[in-house]
Design a protein around this ligand. Structure first.
Ligand code: C2E
Ligand code: MG
Ligand code: MG
Ligand code: MG
Length: 280
């Protein structure tokens, strides 16, 4: 604790703030070379039909295994990538990689979901990046679902909307991710032709613990999605009780550890081999 006149709080917190800034500066430094050092990979998490439990899609989730820092979670490095705009080249790599994996190794009825940050959508040629990823991979546009969060509406709404509308015109779909956690103005739902609303896992887990508020929110989101002709995906379903509840609440699709954790591309491919044996 600082002694003497005033500023005690300042002195007390300065070292830890400094440590945080220093860590993030070091991560940023390493992140600049992560792509060329081949330190990034994609994992894929299954999204299943709530009733049949068939895999309808995989969400691509980026992983960073840094030579200097070991495994760094996306929760930590994505914000740094966004602040430094490194997310633009990284996001282009992710888009290409995910489209190529889906086009080359998955059955045609299985889609790929790719998370896209606001900074990517503000780039003048985001739709061009998508067109190139589709044409280089040969993936049909209708198999690509772009995931965005409500935070996109805090940015230049005109540019963002135009970029996403161009993707929709190509035949891609757009999902609103983590719904209910952000600014959650229902008006956002009318600003764009979303295909899917992803109900954040905080509500799924709350509902699993019988929180009346969480149950009410999921019911309301499902009703709203139905009337707007959108589908719903429940995120973060971890056990059969939650899955059963989500089915009863009428969500269209389910994602969560209960049906599969994010896994390397090679493991995702095996799921189809297994599915084929079962139906053969
Ligand atoms: P998100 O897009 O909402 O992805 C879902 C997150 O929930 C993933 O965390 C996933 O591993 C986790 N998850 C899935 N099922 C369960 C479950 O049953 N229980 C629990 N506790 N968690 C579950 P992850 O992979 O750490 O990613 C965190 C966030 O980082 C993502 O949230 C997304 O916002 C961002 N992110 C990940 N990959 C990318 C990417 O390629 N590009 C961009 N721009 N952002 C990404
Ligand atoms: Mg997502
Ligand atoms: Mg999400
Ligand atoms: Mg989330």
């Amino acid at each position: 604790r600082a002694k003497g006149e005033g500023g005690g709080v300042h002195f007390e917190y300065e070292p830890s703030l400094h440590a945080i800034a220093e860590e993030s500066r070091q991560l940023e430094f390493s992140l600049r070379n992560a792509l060329e050092n081949d330190e990034l990979t994609l994992h894929y998490q299954p999204v299943v039909d709530a009733n049949s439990e068939a895999v309808v899609s995989f969400e691509a989730l980026v992983r960073w295994n840094s030579k200097e820092h070991g495994f760094v979670s996306p929760g930590k490095f994505i914000p740094i990538a966004e602040d430094t705009r490194l997310i633009v080249p990284i996001g282009t790599w992710i888009m290409n990689e995910a489209c190529r994996e889906a086009a080359t190794h998955w059955p045609e009825h299985v889609k790929v979901n790719v998370n896209v940050s606001p900074e990517q959508l503000l780039e003048p040629d985001f739709a061009g990046t998508v067109v190139r990823a589709l044409s280089h991979s040969g993936l049909a546009a209708h198999r690509l679902e772009i995931e965005v969060t409500e935070s996109i509406f805090l940015r230049d709404a005109g540019i963002v909307r135009k970029a996403l509308e161009q993707c929709i015109a190509l035949g891609c779909s757009v999902a609103l991710d983590d719904f209910g956690t952000g600014y959650s103005s229902l008006g956002y739902l009318r600003k764009l032709d979303f295909t899917t609303i992803k109900v954040d896992r905080t509500f799924v887990q709350g509902a699993g613990q019988n929180s009346p508020e969480s149950l009410a929110i999921i019911r309301a989101v499902v009703a709203m999605a139905d009337s707007l002709d959108m589908t719903t995906t429940a995120e973060g379903v971890e056990n059969e009780e939650e899955a059963e509840l989500i089915r009863r609440l009428g969500c269209t699709k389910i994602q969560g550890y209960h049906f599969g954790r994010p896994m390397p591309a090679s493991d995702a491919r095996k799921i189809f081999a297994r599915d084929q044996r079962q139906t053969a």
